[in-house]
Design a protein around this ligand. Structure first.
Ligand SMILES: Nc1ncnc2c1ncn2[C@@H]1O[C@H](COP(=O)(O)OP(=O)(O)O)[C@@H](O)[C@H]1O
Ligand SMILES: [Mg+2]
Length: 424
């Protein structure tokens, strides 16, 4: 099929607004992506306007981590289409569903470029408003790109953001103030960023509900589990950044994407990840092998090992007494909660993690969380959430870690007999 000078070769994706094709630009002789507005939406003026706004939003932006726009048919053309660079890869949603970002520091490495992209967009007067894993693409070479500015709010850079935020984004990632219909504000993107960071770090969304109304209510209430209760290997520093992005009051959140970027950079540096872009690229190319490599380095760091050595595809830390054997390392890293890296030498300020739960059928390693108090997460909410059947079914998510300010007792009371008693 031909569309102007573009030959549509293969359908590669579909969203609420459009079908996306891999196409061939017959003039410039290069592969492009052609996003074609759904025919049935063409008659709706507000949708055409939205498509027009998307074209203008991306046209303003030139950044290595934002999809580049090449051409636009105009909103009146039928069909109306937008031509952009083609991404050989998959959405972050698909990629992460297949390849867990574990150790969770990999999630920070993945989202650092997105924080940078947001910083650029906000400076150019563009609020994305629909930040979600489906709108981030992971290229096969490991570069991530922010896409789909379909409902972006556009303003002249020296104006204030005053466009009223009608509820258009995806419910799971909506900021509370957007739900309340307040004006679009770059800080709403930072909240959505926090929901993605949470999800990528522990594999679950911070807010879920049995119905859209219940979901929106839980966002407004701010009731969520501490991500460390879902994946104990998340560091305190990482949990703090997530929690600050997810503050319900925008004034308590990070005030700019630049701040988020700085904090992520520091977090990664403290974990010994000095080149996150390269780290992410290596992970995307060989997810399992590189995740094991990163885990080994984090363990080595926390053990005070100076160097690593590699045997074929296995990376092992060298410590004073010699090389840690593969079997020992496999044993150590099999404990999800092992205090790897964290810029926190083993044992300091986080005593006693590592003892397994005594119950055989639990299968959950346990920890005592001295010094683990979070200033941000709602502990009573975590206990309430423990009553949720969907969480009870999953051993690693059924309550806050034992030892957290009263969490254990409340949780035991709330859980069914099969579950109660082995939180401690
Ligand atoms: N530039 C691109 N290169 C390759 N695939 C893309 C590109 N843009 C979008 N896609 C695919 O098409 C899907 C829908 O695109 P998107 O822009 O999010 O449309 P919508 O506005 O309808 O949600 C994406 O989730 C992705 O799988
Ligand atoms: Mg989309």
């Amino acid at each position: 099929m031909e569309l102007g000078r573009y030959r549509l070769e293969e359908q590669v994706g579909q969203g609420g607004m459009a079908v996306v094709w891999r196409g061939w630009d017959t003039q410039l002789r290069r592969t492009v992506a052609v996003k074609v507005l759904h025919a049935h939406l063409h008659s709706r003026e507000e949708i055409r306007k939205r498509f027009d706004r998307e074209a203008h939003a991306v046209a303003r932006l030139h950044h290595p981590y934002i999809l580049d726009v090449y051409d636009f048919s105009g909103p009146q053309a039928q069909p109306s289409y937008l031509v952009t660079e083609f991404i050989r890869g998959q959405t972050l949603r698909t990629f992460a569903d297949e390849h867990p970002f574990d150790p969770p520091e990999l999630a920070a490495a993945c989202l650092l470029p997105i924080a940078e992209a947001l910083q650029h967009a906000h400076a150019a007067g563009v609020v994305h408003r629909d930040l979600k894993p489906e709108n981030i693409m992971v290229r096969d070479d490991g570069v991530v790109k922010l896409t789909d500015f379909g409902i972006a709010a556009l303003l002249d850079p020296d104006e204030k953001f005053t466009v009223t935020g009608s509820i258009l984004g995806s419910p799971s990632h909506l900021a509370p103030e957007t739900i309340e219909g307040k004006p679009a504000d770059p800080r709403a993107d930072l909240f959505s960023f926090g929901t993605i960071f949470y999800w990528l770090s522990c594999g679950k969304l911070p807010y879920q509900g049995t119905s859209p109304a219940a979901l929106l209510r839980s966002i407004l209430d701010g009731t969520r589990l501490d991500p460390r209760a879902v994946r104990p290997s998340i560091s305190d520093g990482q949990a703090r950044i997530i929690a600050r992005c997810l503050e319900n009051d925008p004034a308590k959140r990070y005030q700019s994407a630049a701040e988020v970027k700085l904090e992520l950079t520091q977090l990664l540096r403290d974990s010994g990840i000095d080149d996150p872009v390269r780290e992410l690229a290596a992970f995307v190319r060989a997810p399992q092998a590189h995740a094991a490599n990163v885990r080994a380095r984090l363990v080595a760091r926390s053990l005070g090992a100076g160097r690593l050595t590699t045997f074929g595809r296995i990376t092992l830390p060298i410590i004073k007494g010699g090389i840690i054997s593969g079997a020992v390392l496999a044993f150590i890293t099999s404990f999800d909660q092992f205090p790897i890296s964290r810029g926190d030498p083993a044992g300091s300020g986080d005593g006693g993690r590592g003892a397994g739960c005594a119950r055989e059928d639990c299968g959950r390693a346990q920890r005592t969380a001295a010094g683990r108090g979070s200033q941000h997460e709602d502990r009573s909410a975590a206990r309430r959430n423990c009553q949720r059947p969907d969480l009870r079914e999953q051993p690693q998510a059924h309550g806050p870690p034992a030892g957290e300010a009263g969490g254990g007792a409340g949780c035991e009371a709330a859980c069914p007999p099969a579950c109660a008693g082995h939180h401690r």
